[in-house]
Design a protein. Structure first.
Length: 343
């Protein structure tokens, strides 16, 4: 079984599999015009999960996420894909309730025992989240893929969206950037073992703190950073009403990334992301910051927009939950000509 490297059986990896932002806009240009008063969050926005009001002060949430392998080990692949999918519920302040698995496997090419290891990884992460893996669906595919459909719940008053920050909010990011770069290094056989281990540990870590953040009134907007990179998800947060200042020196990232960047270890979606967002960004972007800020993340951290008045309380909550990144990385501004200003 150790002879099989899953990344060799797929042309893309992790959240780098996402359709490029410009292409996605063309696909979604004519969204459903049918409205339901119970649908608090649907496909009219780019939020992390759909939210349906149950009429009793709570809402049910649902999201689905799947992708091709970003690592070679099937157990780790199952863990990463599951943590990434469950994050969509946490990213809106919700509590996950149960999940269903989505598995695509190359029958006759990859041993079924490897698919079983993927499922074992998923079960471990679901156990960590305190939810059952209740069912799922599988198909025979040309490339392996795995993910979850996750259902959760949230008190309506605690629901956090990704597009409603306020001017002067401070921005925080709970995980280091660079998983797309390391995933590409793994696929090319260039990743150092310790670097890969740190990235995998980060990707397997659940964003549980999202449920606790939902109870802080001063947290105005919340999302997770995945395939569109930090810049892309911050642009979604700003929408058409706000801009943001981003302090590059404060942005958490793995300290060893430049050793891979000098080898041109860069995911294709880095450039696809930038092609979509370039006209909305101003400021000083050298090659390193350009590559890392646009790096497609897999199971990335939470991006938080919070009132300066609760900064002390927020930082304390981050520390209590084992998060090592608690310095603000920027702030929300009034709308300017550019959406993102990088300092």
């Amino acid at each position: 079984m150790t002879d099989y490297k899953l990344t060799e059986y797929s042309h893309m990896a992790g959240c780098g599999c996402k359709i490029a932002p410009a292409d996605l806009e063309k696909i979604l240009c004519e969204r459903s015009s049918v409205s339901f008063k119970e649908l608090l969050v649907g496909n009219h926005s780019n939020d992390d999960a759909a939210v349906w009001d149950l009429g009793n002060g709570t809402s049910v949430m649902n999201s689905v996420d799947f992708f091709m392998p970003i690592v070679n080990d099937p157990f780790d692949f199952g863990r990463i894909a599951s943590a990434n999918a469950i994050s969509d519920i946490y990213a809106m302040g919700g509590k996950p309730l149960f999940a269903n698995a989505l598995l695509g496997w190359q029958i006759g090419v990859l041993p079924l025992e490897l698919a079983n290891k993927v499922m074992e990884g998923a079960l471990e992460v679901c156990k960590d989240a305190g939810i059952p893996l209740a069912g799922g669906h599988s198909i025979d595919t040309k490339e392996p893929l795995f993910g979850l459909s996750v259902t959760g719940s949230v008190a309506n008053e605690n629901l956090k969206r990704n597009d409603c920050p306020q001017v002067n909010d401070k921005l925080f990011l709970t995980k280091a950037l660079g998983t797309g770069i390391i995933g590409t290094a793994i696929k090319r056989g260039l990743a150092e073992e310790q670097h890969a281990k740190l990235a995998i540990e980060s990707m397997c870590t659940l964003n549980k703190i999202g449920e606790k953040l939902s109870k802080l009134n001063g947290v105005h907007a919340l999302t997770d950073v995945t395939g569109f990179g930090l810049i892309g998800h911050l642009i979604e947060m700003c929408g058409n009403s706000f801009s943001a200042e981003l302090n590059w020196d404060k942005v958490p990232r793995f300290p060893f990334l430049e050793s891979y960047l000098v080898q041109n270890v860069i995911p294709d979606n880095t450039y696809r992301n930038w092609n979509a967002y370039e006209k909305k960004v101003d400021g000083i972007l050298d090659m390193t910051s350009f590559q890392i800020l646009n790096d497609p993340q897999t199971s990335g951290g939470l991006l938080i927009a919070a009132s300066p008045e609760i900064e002390e309380e927020l930082v304390q909550l981050l520390k209590e939950n084992g998060i090592n990144f608690f310095e603000p990385i920027g702030s929300i501004l009034k709308r300017n000509d550019k959406t993102i200003l990088v300092k």
